[in-house]
Design a protein around this ligand. Structure first.
Ligand code: HEC
Length: 95
């Protein structure tokens, strides 16, 4: 009976460890809140002039900015969300 209790205890401990690992994993892979909170303007300022001067928003149409966004997302290593924000920022400056 004592032995059975120990096994139950061990299983509980293992399950808790799994749970903690799962939480660490899901949080670790999620975009950090700090980065997610950045505005398009901020992301643009921090990422888009590393490699070249930034073209003015009026250099491209809204449609063209979408394409630029797709190309530069990979270059600047932005997430989908960050890319959308930068593209929306460029489009909003273009009005
Ligand atoms: C790692 C370097 C790098 C980063 C970061 C980068 N770019 Fe670029 N960009 C390039 C290179 C190289 C080219 C030219 C070749 C090409 O079009 O792929 C280019 C071309 C462009 C062009 C086309 C210019 C033209 O006259 O046709 C635009 C617009 C542009 N980038 C905007 C951006 C924006 C907006 C960002 C931020 C999200 C960004 N870039 C981040 C390297 C970078």
């Amino acid at each position: 009976m004592k032995k059975l209790l120990n096994i139950k205890k061990a299983i509980t401990v293992i399950m808790i460890c799994f749970g903690i690992t799962a939480i660490i994993f899901t949080n670790g892979c999620a975009e950090s809140k700090k980065i997610a909170a950045k505005s398009g303007a901020q992301l643009w300022a921090e990422n888009c002039q590393r490699c070249h001067n930034t073209p003015s928003p009026s250099s491209f149409s809204d449609e063209q900015w979408k394409t630029v966004g797709m190309h530069m997302q990979t270059r600047a290593q932005l997430t989908q969300n960050e890319r959308n924000k930068v593209v929306e920022f460029m489009q909003s400056m273009n009005k």
